[in-house]
Design a protein around this ligand. Sequence first.
Ligand SMILES: O=C(O)CCC(=O)C(=O)O
Length: 276
Amino acid sequence: MLTEQYHRDGFYCPIGVMSEGRAAALRGEFERCETFFKEHPEYGSMGAYPHFFMPWLDELIRDEALLTPVRSLLGDDLLVWGVSFFIKEARTTSYVSWHQDLHYWGLDDVYETTAWIALSPASKASGCMRFVPGTHLTGDREHADSFAEGNLLSRGQALLVRVDESKAVDAELEPGQMSLHHGRTFHASNPNTTGERRIGVAIRYIPASIAQADGTRTMASLVSGDDRYGHFLLAPRPNSFAAPADIARGREAEKLKESILYQSAAQRGRRHHAAA
Ligand SMILES: O=C(O)CCC(=O)C(=O)O
């Protein structure tokens, strides 16, 4: 059911992965981390590979409730390529433009899935993700960088093709539920019109067989099975919160990845498939 629907539509949701109580506890952990980084600007950004230095997040990316459905799509040997928080404050104009994740990531194959976990309600009103079914099968499409104000994407990247929004499906999630989406599925999200923050954690899973197309070994976390390929530098697990060496590793990893994200489109992917 999950695999069939995912391969047909390019996404699947909702999947319950934890109780509401645990989601509230993780939200608490997240908000404590936010406060810590606000109060300690000398520690830098909490956005650079946060799972390298937040033990609760390192545990979440390895949680069996997440891994079991991901294994059914990508196999047993899994790496986490990246983790991002997507926060929309209450009653704000932040949004995400229509895009395909894989367009910019410089990976040499399309077998990637994002697990997006809601730590607060992700409803139509709070700006949940929206997906256009079947678009993961339409290949790698042209995008342009807009750097538009309010766009949560790093460079405001947006698809240049017309997106038929009448076909878009709202991926509404309760706290503790997740969606899975393919990196080529057209997706976007609208502003949060509610009085509560919308907090999501996006975890990017890849099979260990995938590599950066230009051969760069960026950093990743082995979360299931074995890595028989060595395409990535494997990061150690954090022992404590915000250990300076772990934060420095995250910053180093971010620098390596940025050099790839900003490469020209012409240098991307050796073996992108038209369909996944
Ligand atoms: O959180 C959002 O609204 C968008 C997230 C997204 O684009 C992604 O996880 O790929």
